[in-house]
Design a protein around this ligand. Structure first.
Ligand code: DX5
Ligand code: ZN
Length: 218
């Protein structure tokens, strides 16, 4: 399997102890930490806002990768940039002007990502490649951790890998990634794997050895 980065999603961590969970998962080998922001409108769940991301910033020494599942997204870009995000990913459906949104993220000094729902084609990002640092292929419908991997997305990962060519753009996969599906998405061309339940199962911040075993298993 090609070398990939692992970005644990703290959606599957203990929400009463998120700072410790971030530190623990990094100590166990996480390359990035993935924060899932949900608004109960764009997706049918509620999680965290910029205040929690800001509070977690001192507990993340790798890359704070913030996945925004909110619409409209434009009014919140400044707040998440100020919270210290290294990467802000948005969905094309989260506003009428994806190009402008990506410009705004970069103007705020943050790397810009685009996340594609299972029903959203690769072409949704083809006209903004010069403005993106990351493309995220959702292999579940966003909103919840622990869902089943949607294998029909594999050709889209390969298509995006070809589309990216030699550009410096990460190709991330998010949803249902575990030891069984990780080799398939890596083979298709992904270089950053988000994993929530597959990383956090069986451990805790106080006893995090399982996190390391889970990361290495992916
Ligand atoms: C889903 C989120 C994912 C989620 C992945 O809406 O974007 O990041 O936490 O969780 P698992 O790995 O359990 O599918
Ligand atoms: Zn996510």
């Amino acid at each position: 399997m090609p070398t990939v980065k692992i970005a644990p999603s703290i959606l599957a961590a203990d929400f009463a102890d998120l700072g410790a969970e971030c530190r623990a998962v990094e100590a166990q080998g996480a390359d990035w930490v993935h924060l899932d922001v949900m608004d109960g409108h764009f997706v049918p769940n509620l999680t965290m806002g910029p205040a929690i991301c800001k509070a977690l910033r001192p507990h993340i020494s790798t890359v704070m990768d913030v996945h925004l599942m909110i619409a409209p997204v434009d009014p919140f870009i400044a707040a998440f940039a100020e919270a210290g995000a290294d990467i802000l990913s948005v969905h094309p459906e989260a506003g009428p002007h994806l190009h402008r949104t990506l410009q705004a993220i970069r103007a705020a000094g943050v790397r810009a990502g685009v996340a594609l729902n299972p029903a959203t084609p690769a072409a949704a990002v083809s006209e903004v490649l010069d403005l993106v640092d990351l493309i995220c292929v959702m292999t579940v419908n966003p909103g919840f951790g622990g869902q089943k991997f949607i294998a029909s997305q594999l050709p889209k990962i390969s298509e995006l890998r070809r589309m990216i060519g030699d550009r410096a753009i990460h190709l991330q996969v998010d949803g249902g990634v575990d030891a069984a599906t990780a080799p398939r998405v890596a083979e298709a061309g992904a270089d950053v794997l988000v994993a929530g339940s597959a990383v956090f199962r069986g451990g805790s911040a106080a006893d995090p050895a399982a996190y390391g075993e889970n990361i290495r298993a992916i």
